[in-house]
Design a protein around this ligand. Structure first.
Ligand SMILES: Nc1ncnc2c1ncn2[C@@H]1O[C@H](COP(=O)(O)OP(=O)(O)O)[C@@H](O)[C@H]1O
Ligand SMILES: [Mg+2]
Length: 535
């Protein structure tokens, strides 16, 4: 039986509906973010509770409140004069024949409001067991056990974002989403894994278990590890499929642009970099770093400002300490060989985790992610053009999703205008490539990029600027603001956008043994008993 919560007493489409909570309903069981259905004559209106309020019919009651002992008075007042209302934000309207549409009308007075049930949730968010493998559950509505699914096909049609303060569960959510894409084969992923949390295993806070399984562990045949620090990968009990090594020639001036604020590079130093590149082409970095004593003559020869060249030299000197970047002719792989290998994997539908191991500096992360992404994107442009030329189904590129953490460092207004990540975010999958951006400070991301983000998964944020940023381009964002402010500090998120029929608050799916099993992975217990049998 559906649980009735109360009835509608007023409302408007823009401001939402007001629900009078029944006296029998346990008020404290109604929380903001709760998923409810308003049953009108012809439509069901699915809504989220955004606010709660205590009301009285007469102000005298507040001046002369009944005492605890006056049981009869209390219960009479409760029936009629003291009550609570809840503010509902209608998100979706369902017609009798099961079609959904945006909310364009309102229910009449006194319609009943119910807790949403299993059937409602499945009807709206899809069913994981559907053969299309379109739907993937990433949690349950608050106080319910029914899975809420993302539509993975829609998810991969745009770039997406996962936001929330540090420690709210972004990385865990990202791993869940990626697991869904990998399991259901809806996109190939390239994941820039700054802290080695996606591949083999990852730390988890709290009692008991201290590690969870990574994606390579869950899907050994569908995930490969490209490591910048093979020793670190080995120490953690895995062996990288490919050790990354790139020559200086792989670094373009463009790749340095994202590093500008990280390195505190002045605009004139960037101009100097362009001057070096104009003369030395792809050997520009090598030419610059080999100057040493001759920086003065070098700048004269280029017609560049000596101080700018000196600054550029000083700042980029760090590159020499990175073992995976090698000067030309010192045994470095051919410029394109790592990218060739990546493309081979991608073409086979194998996902790639780029592990940084102990190279966890932002400098490294930005540099490598830019280099690799720029080159993969260039390959994808070729692929797409081939496909458009041949029109053959087998030439169609596989959808590619690139995941980055600390996204604001790649996509701040300045970088977004000039770097490959900004390009990908803006071109909207024209070349089958999209982004999955993970960030704790979305207000640092360029507004235009934010407005292009298709699906947002938002865990707790407390900075007003960040809340505002994630709600850019969202209708009637005000109502969602209060929901965002009241999320738990962990394992809860507001989902909204393209891959969801309506916004909804979820308790995040538990990433643990049950999840591994659902992904088709054998449990450690099973392995243990298997080993026991062997010996
Ligand atoms: N879905 C989940 N299942 C299990 N544990 C989770 C889940 N989400 C978050 N956690 C717990 O919360 C901690 C912080 O999550 P994490 O994703 O690392 O946060 P963030 O990336 O936002 O800093 C994890 O170490 C884990 O213990
Ligand atoms: Mg994290």
């Amino acid at each position: 039986m559906k649980k009735k919560l109360g009835h509608i007493i007023s409302g408007s489409i823009t401001e939402g509906f007001e629900l009078r909570v029944d006296p029998e309903t346990d008020l404290e069981s109604i929380k903001t973010g709760k998923f409810v259905s308003v049953v009108g004559k012809k439509h069901k209106f699915f809504s989220l509770i955004t606010d709660l309020k205590l009301q009285v019919t007469h102000p005298d009651i507040l001046l002369f409140p009944p005492s605890q002992e006056e049981k009869l008075l209390n219960s009479i007042l409760k029936q009629k004069d003291m009550y609570a209302t809840a503010q509902l934000k209608p998100m979706l309207m369902l017609t009798a024949d099961g079609r959904h549409s945006p909310v364009k009308t309102i229910p009449p007075h006194f319609c009943s409001v119910y807790e949403a049930d299993k059937k409602d949730v499945a009807l709206i968010f899809g069913d994981e067991n559907e053969p299309s493998k379109k739907f993937f559950s990433i949690g349950t509505p608050l106080d319910m056990q029914t899975p809420v699914c993302l539509n993975l096909e829609k998810l991969t049609e745009r770039s997406n974002g996962i936001f929330g303060k540090t420690g709210t569960g972004k990385t865990f959510l990202t791993r869940l989403v990626l697991a869904g894409l990998i399991k259901n084969e809806k996109a190939v992923n390239v994941i820039f894994d700054m802290h080695s949390e996606y591949g083999l295993q990852a730390r988890t806070e709290g009692k008991g278990k201290s590690f969870v399984k990574g994606l390579k562990t869950l899907f050994p045949d569908r995930v490969s590890i490209f490591s910048l620090d093979p020793d670190s990968t080995r120490r953690r009990g895995g062996s990288p499929d490919v050790a990354i090594s790139l020559p200086y020639q792989a670094v373009h001036v463009e790749d340095i642009i994202s590093l500008q604020s990280e390195l505190n590079l002045h605009a004139t130093a960037m101009e100097a970099a362009y001057l070096v590149a104009a003369k030395y082409k792809q050997n520009w970095l090598q030419a610059l770093l080999s100057q040493g004593e001759n920086l003065k003559e070098f700048s004269q020869e280029l017609g560049a400002h000596p101080e700018s060249i000196a600054a550029l030299y000083r700042k980029l000197k760090r590159v020499e300490r990175l073992p995976f970047l090698k000067p030309t002719g010192t045994g470095a792989h051919k410029d394109s060989s790592v990218i060739d290998q990546m493309m081979e994997y991608i073409d086979k539908g194998i996902n790639i985790i780029v592990e940084f191991g102990n190279f966890t500096s932002t400098f490294c992360y930005l540099l490598i992610a830019n280099i690799i992404t720029r080159r993969i994107h260039a390959r994808y442009i070729q692929k797409t053009e081939n496909f458009l030329g041949s029109q053959k189904k087998e030439d169609e590129p596989k959808k590619l999703m690139i995941s980055i953490e600390e996204a604001h460092k790649f996509l701040n207004p300045q970088a977004a205008r000039q770097t490959i990540f900004g390009t990908i975010a803006r071109e909207m999958r024209k070349y089958y490539v999209s982004l999955l951006v993970v960030d704790q400070r979305p207000s640092g991301i360029d507004q235009e990029v934010l407005s292009q983000i298709g699906t947002k998964i938002v865990a707790q944020l407390s900075d007003e600027k960040d809340i505002q940023a994630v709600l850019i381009g969202v209708n009637n964002a005000n109502n969602l603001r209060s929901i965002l402010a009241s999320l738990d500090s962990k394992k809860q998120a507001l989902l909204l956008g393209h891959a969801l029929t309506m916004p909804v608050v979820i308790q995040t799916r538990e990433y643990g043994e049950d999840f591994y099993r659902a992904m088709g992975n054998v449990t450690t217990k099973q392995i243990d008993s298997f080993i026991e049998e062997l010996f």
